[in-house]
Design a protein around this ligand. Structure first.
Ligand SMILES: C[S@@+](CC[C@H](N)C(=O)[O-])C[C@H]1O[C@@H](n2cnc3c(N)ncnc32)[C@H](O)[C@@H]1O
Length: 354
């Protein structure tokens, strides 16, 4: 960036003389800031002699970029393996249009990173997750050098760290596949990063055995078994849940992982009562990316379309299939190289002995 200190004496300044600004100029304590910007491209070593673009406008407000550093995961009390970084968390809360006093849910809350961003925008936050140890701050530490979790590691402690405790309602253990919410509860937004089945399991409570029952005496100490929560089923549940529990105009903001070459908008989850209003891509690797999806609730579901969400992609299965194929390809390639080296060594030996 280059500041034009001589701007006022500059000819450029005179080109604004047609503007009908009256009154005195107070540079030390101005009521209005007017900004003139010249854009010279991104190569600072070789800027053109003239700018590509010039911008002129009134300063309305500053951005909140400093928040990204303030909320950095490096200095956060409690984090997990899949904690969302602050920049993306803030972006999600912004997409959800969270405002002061909103009630916001993250149903796959993990270490609660999204709750922090939502609370910053003034929303009251509540979360749920199937992982008991995570919500009690007892899961394995995620920091490399840390052997054991500290006593006070929790989502609530994070809220206190940022003085946001007045926005914290609670976090609850819940399998999303079995909703425990009152039918009539409404959220202003639902903002979440569901599991993709890669770094954390996509599971729900269930058992494959038929007619399974637990005796009375084992009920209090019983830990329920889990089965695979199919990716497409999870997103169907998420859209159906949002259709039911968002207020009209309320937003669902969530990530959806995709295989880049397979991606098409038709493959995204849909529901008659929530309309996709924004869809952007974050590239993760050569093959994979995730889409940040924003839906808005447009109508109340009826009996017929309550559970009628659709998704067709199954990211997890495809991810492992592609990984296995890559591994197989690599192994064949390595075996070919070994064989070539062996033959060359053999030829050299034969030459030497001749
Ligand atoms: C990608 S992580 C969320 C990370 C979170 N945004 C954070 O910043 O820490 C997905 C979470 O979904 C949870 N989860 C997986 N299956 C679930 C289920 N059936 N019901 C509720 N939560 C589940 C996992 O325990 C995990 O914490």
């Amino acid at each position: 960036m280059r500041f034009l200190e001589v701007f006022f004496m500059d000819d450029t300044f005179q080109t604004f003389s047609y503007l009908p600004f009256k009154g005195t100029v107070n540079l030390n304590n101005p009521d209005t800031h007017l900004l003139y910007l010249e854009y010279y491209g991104i190569d600072s070593n070789d800027p053109p002699s003239e700018p590509y673009y010039v911008f002129f406008g009134r300063w309305i407000t500053s951005g909140f970029r400093q928040l990204i550093r303030e909320l950095s995961l490096k200095t956060r009390k409690f984090i997990g393996n899949t904690s969302m970084d602050p920049q993306l968390s803030l972006l999600m809360a912004n997409q959800a249009q969270v405002k002061l006093g909103d009630l916001v849910l993250d149903p796959f809350v993990g270490s609660g990173s999204l709750l922090v961003a939502v609370a910053y925008f003034g929303g009251y936050v509540v979360g749920s997750d199937i992982d008991y140890l995570m919500l009690h701050g007892k899961s394995r530490p995620s920091r490399i050098k840390q052997k054991k979790r500290e006593e006070n590691e929790s989502i609530k402690a994070n809220m206190e760290q940022y003085s946001l405790q007045d926005k914290y309602i609670d976090v609850l253990i819940n399998d999303f596949a079995t909703s425990f919410w009152r039918d009539d509860i409404k959220f202003d937004s639902i903002i979440t990063d569901p599991p993709y089945g890669i770094r954390e399991a996509t599971e729900k409570v269930g058992i494959h055995k038929e007619n399974y029952s637990i005796s009375e005496k084992h009920l209090s100490t019983h830990i329920p078994a889990k089965i695979q929560y199919e990716f497409s089923e999870l997103y169907q549940d998420l859209l159906a849940f949002s259709a039911k529990h968002l207020r009209i105009g309320g937003r669902l903001v969530c990530w959806f992982p995709v295989f880049r070459e397979d991606y098409s908008e038709e493959g995204l989850p849909t529901h008659e009562c929530v309309k996709l209003v924004s869809n952007s891509e974050q590239v993760l690797s050569k093959y994979t990316s995730r889409r940040l999806l924003t839906y808005e609730k447009i109508c109340e579901p009826n009996e017929e379309n309550l559970n009628s969400a659709n998704t067709i992609a199954n990211f997890r299965n495809k991810y492992y299939k592609a990984r296995d194929e890559n591994r197989r390809e690599r192994r064949v390639k390595e075996a070919n190289i070994r064989e070539k080296n062996r033959l060359e060594a053999l030829q050299r030996q034969t030459k030497l002995s001749n």
